[in-house]
Design a protein around this ligand. Sequence first.
Ligand code: FAD
Length: 358
Amino acid sequence: MHALVIGGGIAGSATAVALRSIGADVTVCEARSAADLDAGLWLGVASNGLSALDVLGLRATTLAASLVDPRTGTAGRSGFAPVRRADLYRILRRAAQERGAVLRYDKKLVEADDTGTATFADGSTVTADVIIGCDGVHSRTRSVIDPGAPSPRYIPLLNIGGFAESARAPGEPARLQFVRGGGGFFGYTTAAGRDEVWWFANLPWPTEPTRSELAAMTRDDLTKLLLDALNDTPPFVRDVIERTGPGLYAVPTHDLPAVPVWRRGRTILLGDAAHATTPTSGQGASMALEDAVVLAKCLRDRPSWHDAAARYEELRRGRVQDIVALGARASAAKLTDASIEDSLEWIHSYRVDWAAPA
Ligand SMILES: Cc1cc2nc3c(=O)[nH]c(=O)nc-3n(C[C@H](O)[C@H](O)[C@H](O)COP(=O)(O)OP(=O)(O)OC[C@H]3O[C@@H](n4cnc5c(N)ncnc54)[C@H](O)[C@@H]3O)c2cc1C
């Protein structure tokens, strides 16, 4: 089987690794250049995501690149591993390549048909047995298989974050800590044995900012916004923001509560393309990793593509929609000063049993 994976982010690269493990030929077509993927903030891989990485043989490499204490080699009590986004991308991409997947950059999908032929913005085409849409929250594959597919929903929070490499903050290293200010929410984690704080802030932002509005925000504008919004928080918050390195990012928040069509013919959606959740859930990357492993398992065990794709959807849809709903509630709680009491055990304890038949 030749699988064409659209998007070389977390879902796409993990899918390439998982499909190589069942002997499929894999081509990944990514819209951006390789250098453009070396950017971004950090994210937390939760214990369920680490478990999926374990199946892919990449748990130890990911932990080694994370803030988790290398002496213990296990994620802390929270089971959470903070890792730079660019490092996670690199680990997954390298593994995909080393295991025989073909990675092609600057290949932006514009169209795909029911015979398995995809057309890219540069006019080139690739034909495969199946097309796996891992092209993120603004997925083109999603609208190709369903022109009426929902667009991402704007959640009125602006995410800003960065890395402060000579700053200190209280708390156990590699754990996620929160400070709620009158005008925003501050989250952070620290490195063991060195002065380094990775942080994010969520500020209420009622109207969705356009790309050009975001691009026009200077570093000084963002710093001022943050310092004003968080002026009632402990002094270390101000210090961390002021000591943040050159990359200070602001991104709007989106989710996708329910995407009715996940598959058509030989094409299927994985990751954010099918079920984006707000960053507040801390689950987008982990769900993408689970998706990759579950799809590979279904393809390994089911007699046909259609049977495997149907089984994949059956195994995934309920879980991911529940997590997206929880993420939306948690984001709303940030805006209303409420707290959510949900137990997260059902999310974090999830393990894909690779040996059991799908
Ligand atoms: C600020 C922020 C913080 C977050 N924090 C966390 C966290 O702590 N924990 C967590 O688990 N999740 C977190 N997430 C969510 C997580 O980043 C996503 O869920 C995850 O990246 C989804 O992986 P994906 O591969 O589906 O999408 P992406 O990682 O977005 O990858 C999609 C890829 O597809 C490519 N692409 C897009 N269109 C095309 C096209 N037409 N043709 C070809 N390629 C295309 C893109 O360039 C991209 O490389 C956060 C998200 C944000 C925005």
